[in-house]
Design a protein around this ligand. Structure first.
Ligand SMILES: [Zn+2]
Length: 301
């Protein structure tokens, strides 16, 4: 329901910047999905994870077959469960600041002392996992910034591990710069460009290598429909090789390679890595859109 409201706004405004989307997402979706999670937020709930994935994929303009690990890596947002964990520790902090004779504080102290399967135990588990447990009696106030940062770091490690088991994400692991944050989002691209860059990096760009899969064509037979040669249409062929796309390619690639002193034949993955850097991503995205449209024109004319 709340997410539907964002989708409506999205269509009314045609598109929205990442900052606006993020504000609306937290105000309309997270605040409802995680309501009062300071109390109940410890466990993992598949439905809430699915909701977060759905929102992320919608904003990035990509389809359901895009690996979730790629979406998470690109969004680089704290996962929904860690937001709830922060809320639990925030509530613990409120109790810890209270005088010892106040009821919530008395209950907390009692819970810490006796609880084997209780709320305080969950808070301790959160703080231990995030490497933030300084005081097992929970009497001190925890730093929520450090906690959030540590939780995000843990999520990043697990997204990367997820990506390593997905063959589709080989290219992403090769060209994504993990030392930078939210490069794609900060570029504030139009929705189609944002979606094309993500699909390209995530190995689900609509070229034969991917579309052949929908038609159950064997990997080694997914030949290029554009130049109709017996070569597999993968990212490298599409971007650097296919002769039928030469005209559009010329508007970008030669000058780009010259400027960065790169030779695609020897290091095509490195070329892509440079293209998706913050200073180049806008130009790359715009050109990728032209390539996509030119390809579509040839294949579906
Ligand atoms: Zn071709």
């Amino acid at each position: 329901m709340a997410f539907g409201r964002i989708i409506n706004m999205f269509y009314q405004l045609k598109d929205m910047g990442y900052g606006t989307y993020n504000t609306l997402y937290h105000a309309n979706v997270m605040s409802i999905a995680n309501y009062a999670s300071g109390i109940w937020g410890y466990l993992d709930y598949n439905n809430s994870r699915m909701l977060q994935n759905k929102c992320n994929k919608f904003y990035l303009g990509t389809h359901i077959f895009t690996p979730t690990a790629a979406v998470n890596i690109e969004m680089d947002e704290p996962d929904i469960r860690s937001l709830r964990w922060v809320e639990m520790v925030r509530l613990k902090n409120r109790f810890a600041k209270m005088d010892e004779y106040r009821w919530p504080r008395i209950v907390l102290d009692w819970d810490v002392e006796t609880g084997t399967n209780a709320w305080a135990r969950e808070v301790k588990l959160i703080l231990t996992q995030a490497n933030c447990l300084e005081d097992p009696t929970l009497e001190s106030v925890s730093d929520l910034d450090i906690l959030s940062r540590n939780l995000l770091r843990m999520s990043r490690t697990s997204w990367k591990m997820d990506a390593h088991v997905k063959t589709k994400l080989e290219l992403m692991l090769e060209i994504h710069d993990f030392s930078q944050e939210k490069v794609l989002l900060k570029a504030n691209l139009p929705r189609l460009q944002r979606s094309l860059v993500l699909m390209f990096k995530a190995g689900v760009f609509p070229i034969r290598k991917e579309t052949g899969r929908y038609k159950n064509i064997k990997r080694e037979l997914r030949f290029c429909e554009v130049c109709e040669k017996k070569v597999i249409e993968d990212e490298k062929h599409f971007i650097f090789v296919c002769k039928k796309l030469k005209k559009v390619r010329k508007t970008y690639i030669p000058a780009f390679l010259k400027e960065h002193k790169l030779k695609w034949k020897r290091e095509w993955e490195k070329c892509l890595r440079v293209m998706v850097q913050p200073e180049n991503i806008k130009g790359f995205a715009k050109w990728l859109e032209q390539m996509y449209l030119a390809r579509r024109e040839i294949v579906y004319r």
